[in-house]
Design a protein around this ligand. Sequence first.
Ligand SMILES: Nc1ncnc2c1ncn2[C@@H]1O[C@H](COP(=O)(O)OP(=O)(O)O)[C@@H](O)[C@H]1O
Ligand SMILES: [Mg+2]
Length: 267
Amino acid sequence: MTAPAIRVQGITKAFKDLQVLRGVDFEVERGSIFALLGSNGAGKTTLVRILSTLLKAGGGSATVHGSDVATAPNDVREAISLTGQFAAVDEILTGRENLTLVAKLRHLKDPGSVADDLLARFSLTDAGGRRAGTYSGGMRRRLDIAMSLIGDPPVIFLDEPTTGLDPQARIEVWQTVQQLADSGTTVLLTTQYLDEAEQLADRIAILHEGTIIQNGTLAELKRLLPQAKVEYVEKQPTLEEVFLALVGPSAGASTGSATGTNKEASK
Ligand SMILES: Nc1ncnc2c1ncn2[C@@H]1O[C@H](COP(=O)(O)OP(=O)(O)O)[C@@H](O)[C@H]1O
Ligand SMILES: [Mg+2]
């Protein structure tokens, strides 16, 4: 049972003359969060599409939850969910209706209670009866992730889960992803944000020019750089810290109990 949740070996992919992946190798441990970090156009989505069986690799092999993506794609599909960069939420439906619809499509018993459980788990209970079109970016992304969890897939792929979200919404999504991993789900996420990888990931792999140029824990990656010289300067807050301090409460997450309730409802 110590087999990795995802194993990628020598995966290549070209689109005509454009060689996007040139032999990608890595493994993702079960129940961990693995961040694939790379700039725009590095091939992150291409790799996620290969691992989720939407696209065939040119060469190499990959297994997800023990099944080969090329030879057992149906088994892979049963073990995964994929949340893309662009939310798959139906804006006309309410949050609850979106969830119920997916639960029905998956032939689950009692879709209504599946929906209610997920609304509660993602702090969307109060918003559940409202059309998803009225949700904030963070709420919509959380609903999208909630929809992808219906049926309890052991492995989830999140392709740039916070691109385009404001800082508060990003933190909400980060908390959601962390909870998922805490409950035993394996998460592979792609990101172009260093701070996102830094916040969330157990391991970080950097995809650059078609291969993984570094793969390690945050501490391991930091050790690659020479020790910073000690300088005596006052630490300035980051712009993000300033922004969150000014605009409000959800930044501090679980702490500030007085401000912790129903951030969403008042929007
Ligand atoms: N279906 C396709 N046909 C041709 N080129 C593609 C296709 N999909 C992606 N590409 C190209 O492959 C490269 C990697 O794209 P992508 O995997 O989307 O990168 P990322 O997700 O890291 O931003 C880009 O140059 C992109 O234009
Ligand atoms: Mg992409």
